[in-house]
Design a binder for this molecule. Structure first.
Ligand code: 5RP
Length: 426
């Protein structure tokens, strides 16, 4: 039977145990103490998992790079059945780990994460006596779109070892991994960041046990990104950007509106509305006009500009400045994010430029950057990092959904996050 290894990549031990209980109830069988959890709780979490799950395989994701024998010994003595050693470690580290594993009744799983040539390295470690490898794309690499399935395809016909696969797996990609030859599917975020862990684990179990081919609708990176940005909030995105990217002093003037699109930038001055309005003519569906006007008391956008933008199916407008004719704008229900609402406007003198670097709400915006706006405000995502930020935002969104469930089920936020333990001592 295909084994499902739930990867407990959380830092709070109590949360880890309760997530594991739900995951096992849903069909997971191997329980991994994730690397962050081990770094947070040490071998205590291995002992706790061993005691709580006497009949399940417990894996310590030590990602050992040195002192193989001692690290395997400490994990095995604490109750681990399997210990991970990095394939990038020296051969001697792996052989030492193997000897310790034999001595203490554990197995070694060699993790091929970040190894440039995983097939060659897998053959090398197999020759050392390893019988279990993990084809693995780490969390940071996943955020750039890397998938473990391609690596698995290259490896599966080259070795007789038992093969685990890890790296952002979902039921669909776990099923694909099994069809490709994986013996163990390692699933972290899809299960542990779910607001229904048991159901998510059951979804993976159903998928890996199913014989029918699940056709994966391959989305382009752009489609996937826009879908994610439409799902997450500007708060999730700001968190994913380490609290960066949020515009200051600019808010939604039409409540309940969400915008996701690419920036058409405009620099104009003192209410001059020529360039902002001309920018509409070179914009289309999905575009967001982002305007620096430098004056928050004279409007350079109003009802007529809005009607033109609606007719050209623009996504919205973001103004570091003022909007007027607000009664008309409201009737058109067009997403307007601005610093101010005033009755007076400037003149169309033509000062300024279109599609240049601007500063809007104290954030630098380049043409083509992604703009996301909602009732919390507006964030700018540099186009070069948009896919990575979208994926990271989705992880923040999933994590918060899970926390909402835990709080609804009786925990406090401070308790769920062990806040007192992690307050910055610096
Ligand atoms: O070891 C890990 C990261 O280094 C994770 O446990 C592994 O990648 C599985 O988690 P996910 O499904 O979220 O990728």
């Amino acid at each position: 039977m295909i084994k499902i290894q739930v990867a407990l990549d959380v830092i709070e031990p109590d949360r880890a145990v309760s997530i594991a209980e739900e995951a096992v109830a849903g069909g997971a069988d191997w329980i991994e103490a994730g690397t962050p959890l081990i770094k947070s709780a040490g071998m205590e979490i291995i002992r706790k998992l061993r005691e709580t799950f006497p009949d399940n395989i417990i894996l310590a994701d030590m990602k050992t790079m040195d002192v193989g024998a001692a690290e395997v010994e400490m994990a095995a003595k604490s109750g681990a059945d399997v210990v991970t050693i990095l394939a990038a470690a020296e051969d001697v580290v792996i052989t030492q780990a193997l000897m310790s594993a034999e001595k203490y009744g554990a197995r070694v799983m060699v993790d091929l994460i970040s190894v440039p040539d995983p097939v060659t390295r897998a053959k090398e470690v197999e020759a050392l006596g390893v019988d279990l490898v993990n084809v693995h794309v780490g969390i940071d690499a996943q955020m750039t779109g890397e998938s473990p399935i391609d690596k698995l395809k290259k490896l599966v016909s080259e070795t007789g070892m038992e093969i685990a696969v890890a790296g952002g797996l979902t039921p669909e990609t776990a099923h694909e991994a099994v069809l490709t030859g994986a013996d163990i599917v390692v699933v972290g975020s899809y299960i542990i960041n779910s607001d229904n862990v048991r159901q998510s684990a059951a979804n993976v179990r159903k998928a890996v046990d199913s014989n029918e081919k699940i056709t994966l609708k391959k989305k382009s990176a752009e489609e996937e990104m826009v879908e994610i940005f439409n799902r997450v909030s500007t708060s999730n995105i700001s968190d994913a950007m380490h609290r960066k990217g949020a515009m200051q002093g600019i808010s939604s003037k039409i409540p309940g509106k969400k915008i996701v699109g690419k920036a058409v930038t405009v620099r104009s001055f003192g209410g001059d509305w020529a360039k902002p309005v001309e920018a509409i003519d070179i914009s289309g569906p999905g575009d967001i006009i982002v305007i620096y006007n430098g004056n928050r008391d004279i409007a350079m956008w109003g009802g007529l500009a809005t009607q033109t933008a609606v007719s050209r199916k623009l996504e919205g407008v973001v103004i570091d400045g003022a909007v007027r004719d607000f009664d008309e704008v409201q009737k058109m229900n067009f997403p307007v994010f601005a610093a101010n609402i005033v009755p007076n406007a400037g003149d169309p003198k033509g000062l300024g430029e279109i599609n240049v670097e601007i500063v809007c709400g104290n954030q630098t915006v380049h043409p083509g950057d992604y703009i996301i706006g909602d009732d919390s405000g507006v964030v700018v995502v540099p186009k070069e990092r948009a896919y990575e930020i979208a994926r990271r935002s989705e992880e923040v969104w999933k994590h918060e959904k899970r926390l909402f469930e835990e709080i609804k089920n009786g925990k406090t936020l401070a308790g769920a996050l062990d806040l007192l333990k992690w307050e910055t001592q610096k």
